[in-house]
Design a protein around this ligand. Structure first.
Ligand SMILES: C[S@@+](CC[C@H](N)C(=O)[O-])C[C@H]1O[C@@H](n2cnc3c(N)ncnc32)[C@H](O)[C@@H]1O
Length: 344
């Protein structure tokens, strides 16, 4: 069976690796470029709902192409949808709704697609539209000239996996934290640090995956956030796997011994309330201080919106090799992920 998985744009390869490890099957590719959608072929299994890099999973019922992206495309969608046999999927259902996502230069909207598709299902199968208490949600997504018809099997995003007693104003999605952890190549026995942990998303994700198999350290300069992280860790029964303290990421040797950390994984402040010059100074001091506490060949995986500043500082800091950089999308912003390796 084919499934469409939704993820954070830029992390599609992370999904591919995780699916191969946990679910098996075949990775058929990205559904649209940089849209955070991939198709896989796999046996239906509960393992699909344990994927950490994925937000939503939908069964792919059918796919077809349209020739036009203007109003005629809408008619084509109605006609081609009408020719599909959706009975096996609609069996026993009395009410439905259509949801739709549309990407491309169409002369129609996703609401138009919902209207046309809804009419077809209503007339052909006699089901009632119920936008609130529907028994079946049929997705009709249009990406350029490709149309995908699917049935979601997740009602709530798999990213909503932690109980949060404290919400940081710039909290990361756990799916992104997972992607960063993979980029760091964390291994059992490693000591891993997030020195700007905010509400603790990266630490929660680390603890949930590795439990006591890695040493998890964290901190933030703001005591309120450290308290929030501890509350979040307790709420998820993960506090015994981490040590979180108030610290300054620009003076890490005051808190941790030199050459004692294998991986630093962090989501840097973007400087919304900070002058550009001060942010550069913070990044520079963070890099210098990280160098001191990292073991040789240790890694920094850092997420930042200020990519140009961070890249030039990382390249000029000396002592680090830039082994990777990629852009991802998060909440309409495009931060970069940097992977640095400490040179011996
Ligand atoms: C983008 S937020 C991290 C959000 C976090 N990943 C989460 O999911 O909640 C960056 C954090 O860096 C902290 N910070 C800024 N300067 C710092 C410093 N010198 N040392 C430690 N933490 C610092 C801020 O207090 C803020 O909580």
């Amino acid at each position: 069976m084919r499934f469409v998985l939704t993820c954070d744009p830029g992390f599609e390869d992370v999904v591919e690796k995780e699916v191969m490890e946990k679910v098996g099957g075949k990775f058929l590719g990205k559904l649209a470029n940089f849209q955070g959608k991939v198709i896989i072929e796999a046996k239906p299994s509960k393992a699909l709902l344990t994927l950490r890099s994925v937000h939503h999973v939908a069964k792919l019922v059918a796919s077809f192409q349209i020739e036009h992206e203007d109003e005629r495309g809408l008619e084509e969608i109605g006609e081609k949808l009408g020719k599909l046999n959706l009975s096996p999927w609609l069996k026993g259902k009395k009410s439905f709704r259509i949801s739709s996502q549309r990407i491309g230069p169409h002369r129609f909207t996703s609401i138009d697609v919902q209207r046309v598709a809804g009419k077809v299902v209503q007339e052909k199968y006699g089901l009632k539209v119920d936008l609130k208490h529907f028994q079946l949600n049929l997705k009709v997504d249009v990406f350029g000239k490709e149309v995908f018809v699917g049935i979601p099997i997740t009602s709530k995003s798999l990213a909503k996996r932690f109980k949060l007693r404290f919400i940081h104003p710039a909290a990361l999605k756990p799916t992104i934290a997972y992607g960063l952890i993979r980029m760091a190549e964390v291994r059992e026995g490693d000591t891993v640090l997030d020195p700007m942990c905010g509400g603790g998303t990266i630490l929660l994700e680390l603890a949930d995956i590795f439990r006591d198999k890695v040493k998890i350290l964290g901190g933030d300069i703001n005591p309120k956030f450290v308290k929030g992280t501890i509350l979040n860790a307790k709420a998820n029964l993960l506090s015994k796997y981490m040590k979180v303290v108030v610290l300054d990421a620009t003076h890490l040797t005051s808190f941790f011994p030199q050459s004692s950390v294998d991986k630093i994984i962090t989501d840097l402040p973007y400087g919304v309330r900070m002058k550009r010059r001060n942010l550069k100074e913070l990044y520079m001091k963070f890099l210098g201080s990280s160098y001191e506490v990292l073991r040789s060949n240790g890694r920094i995986v850092a997420l930042t919106l200020r990519a140009n500043s961070f890249r030039s500082l990382a390249l000029n800091a000396g002592g680090f090799k830039l082994v990777g950089e990629r852009v991802i999308e998060s909440g309409g912003l495009y931060p970069h992920v940097f992977i640095l390796e400490k040179l011996i």
